[in-house]
Design a binder for this molecule. Structure first.
Ligand code: UDP
Length: 240
């Protein structure tokens, strides 16, 4: 399968067409971004690490019955994926308070959330990804009521699978973000799952092992790649 043209360049990934209109190549670059793209830096090997981590985690979800867009590993920093019609929403699930929840409600970081909290955001960098709800989706036609409820259900199911997966290797899955698309009228998990889009804390030390290491450090980042590699190592994901 050949990469043909660049279709879309996001903040950290690039999508290419292939000779099959149903398949795309999703490439993970070495870029990292924060503040809705206002801060961008490069970290050597980050693309490779996130590609392999994403492929492993998406495969685990797929094996557990969650429909995902992944088809096959394409290269060290890219995968072959189904060409979904993406829904412009971010589905966030939180097991512990962190990030925007702490800022918005003043809840102490780390507080356990039972049952887990579900948030919905519109993907719109210029509006800083505003929080929305199902009523907005219906009124503005971003996704049908039926598909939305299925996506929400898959988000909760994924949480159960991933919480177990990470807890078995000594991590707390604090929160994560998923994105979905439609393929042949079927809901599928798209985009990525990586330490860029999830918060992972070491269960013993409570050290952050995710993109917060970059978000919270204004200077040149030390330790981001080491943390991502540690996540890969504990999951048994080979990086070479
Ligand atoms: N997240 C993401 N992309 C975004 C916003 C959030 O992947 O554009 C992830 C983030 O890494 C975290 C979860 O979604 O795991 C919840 O993020 P939060 O709402 O706390 O916002 P943030 O602190 O990232 O601004």
């Amino acid at each position: 399968m050949r990469k043909i043209i660049e279709l879309y360049r996001g903040k950290t990934k690039t999508l290419y067409s292939t000779d099959n209109p149903n398949l795309l190549v999703l490439e993970f670059r070495d870029d990292v971004s924060a503040l809705d793209g206002q801060r961008i830096d490069q970290f050597y090997r980050k693309g490779l690490i996130n590609n392999k981590l994403n492929y492993f985690i998406m495969s685990q979800l797929q094996e557990a019955g969650i429909p995902t867009q992944i088809e096959a590993l394409y290269s060290h920093n890219a995968i072959l994926v189904k060409n979904l019609e993406m829904v412009p929403l971010e589905f966030v699930l939180r097991n512990r308070a962190a990030g925007s929840l702490v800022k918005r409600l003043g809840i102490e970081e780390g507080v356990r959330l039972c049952p887990p909290l579900f948030d919905l955001f519109l993907k719109n960098d210029s509006k800083r990804d505003p929080m929305i709800n199902s009523s907005y989706c219906e009124t503005f036609g971003w996704v049908s009521k039926h598909h939305l409820s299925h996506m929400r259900e898959i988000t909760f199911q994924s949480n159960e699978i991933l919480k177990k997966l990470f807890s078995a290797i000594g991590f707390i899955l604090v929160d994560f973000k998923l994105e979905f698309g439609i393929f042949n009228n079927q809901v599928m998990l798209g985009d990525e799952f990586s330490p860029d889009s999830a918060r992972l804390w070491d269960a013993k030390t409570l050290n952050k092992m995710d993109k917060d290491l970059y978000r919270q450090n204004r200077q040149t980042q030390v330790g981001l790649i080491e943390a991502y590699e540690e996540v890969a190592n504990r999951l048994g994901v080979k990086l070479d």
